[in-house]
Design a protein around this ligand. Structure first.
Ligand code: IPM
Ligand code: MG
Length: 361
């Protein structure tokens, strides 16, 4: 199959990790007889430098014309001073919005080889869940303002606003996933305090009543969910939550897998076009040192094969390659733990990527 993939390397470690994801995809293309055409587009700080805006129109157009988008990460101290709309992150929110990518799927799975890197004492319990994060509404996209009020106080607000349609469509994505996995859905909100959460809870229940009575549903308050993720992560299978809560809980949950550097994600909309990115940021402090973990980016490429390109076997192949490399004892710096220093080998970003690509034969 011929597929056009737009690659947005971004800033910081973005270029290093996406290079390794592209490398894995190239091996997949060779092995399975596909042709992937990679087109490169700018977004984030590098786009600010080049075009003066974090998300050039060209980038949006190129994404729209491709079969899938692979993204590294954006942001860095160099661009931290501009107004909100001229920050690299505005590019990321802009592309999510422009492509209508309302459903962010974040699988949190502990590779057996990394049990020792999980900070919980009893990591033997199974950690295998999916966080479904609403991605194009809530506080990230609501009305906001920074101003000086009548009494002279500097003031700022962000509005966490949801309508029933936005809740309904993300709930359906989560119910569909939960139905496939067969272990129920946990909807996370703050309905004891927030109006937007009370609506969230009502609509999620309504969606279930209409079409998903076979899927078990429970509600959990976000503060409790944050605690339960540490107390007993095995109780979670599919979680659905709004944008900001999903951002926070997914970083928390990622640590259960050993490192933020292990978690891929897929952002999907109703058009079928998907954007695939690691959940971690651009880590400017280690950019260019060849120490980043490319695994999340490589696993994001696997999600791309599965969700956007209908290449299930190819996706499995990448995931198996990652499993094998970890089983053989190779670790990037973020996933090595002290007790494994003598039995494991610490490798850099490039070598980790090469080892994984070499497993695709
Ligand atoms: C994420 C990131 C982004 C977010 C940042 C970089 C804007 O943290 O994808 O989780 O908050 O959505
Ligand atoms: Mg985040």
């Amino acid at each position: 199959m011929n597929k056009a993939i737009t690659v947005i390397k971004g800033d910081g470690i973005g270029p290093e990790i996406t290079a390794q994801a592209v490398r894995a995809l190239e091996k997949i293309a060779a092995k399975f007889g596909h042709e992937f055409t990679f087109g490169y587009a700018l977004m984030g700080g590098c786009a600010l430098d080049e075009y003066g805006v974090p998300l050039p129109e060209e980038t949006i157009d190129m994404c729209r014309e491709s079969d899938a988008v692979l993204l590294g990460a954006v942001g860095g101290p160099k661009w931290d001073y501009g107004p909100g709309h001229l920050r690299p992150e505005a590019g990321l929110l802009g592309i999510r919005g422009a492509l209508g990518l309302f459903a962010n799927i974040r699988p949190v799975k502990l590779f057996p080889a990394l049990k020792k890197s999980c900070p919980l004492k009893d990591a033997a319990q199974k950690i295998d869940m999916i966080i479904v994060r609403e991605l194009t509404s809530g506080a990230y996209f609501g009305d906001r303002r920074t101003y000086t009020d009548e009494e002279g106080y500097k003031t700022a607000y962000d509005t966490m606003k949801y309508n029933d349609y936005e809740i309904r469509r993300i709930a359906r994505v989560a119910f569909d996933l939960a139905r496939k996995r067969g272990k129920g859905l946990i909807s996370v909100d703050k309905a004891n305090v927030l109006d937007s959460s009370r609506l969230w809870r009502e609509i999620v229940k309504d969606v279930r009543a209409m079409d998903y009575l076979d899927v078990e549903l429970s509600d959990m308050l976000v503060d409790n969910a944050a605690m339960q993720l540490i107390r007993n992560p095995a109780q979670f299978d599919v979680i659905v939550t709004e944008n900001l809560f999903g951002d926070i809980l997914s970083d928390e949950a990622s640590m259960l897998t050993g490192s933020l550097g292990m978690l891929p994600s897929a952002s999907l909309g109703s058009s079928g076009l998907g954007l695939y990115e690691p959940i971690h940021g651009s880590a400017p402090d280690i950019a260019g040192t060849d120490t980043a973990n490319p695994t999340a980016a490589i696993l994001s490429a696997a999600m791309m094969l599965r969700f956007s390109l209908e290449m299930e076997r190819e996706a499995d192949e990448i995931e198996t390659a990652v499993t094998r490399v970890l089983n053989r004892g190779y670790r990037t710096a973020d996933i090595i733990c002290k007790s494994e220093l003598s039995s494991c080998e610490v490798v850099g970003c490039e070598k980790m990527g090469r080892l994984i690509a070499d497993e695709i034969k």
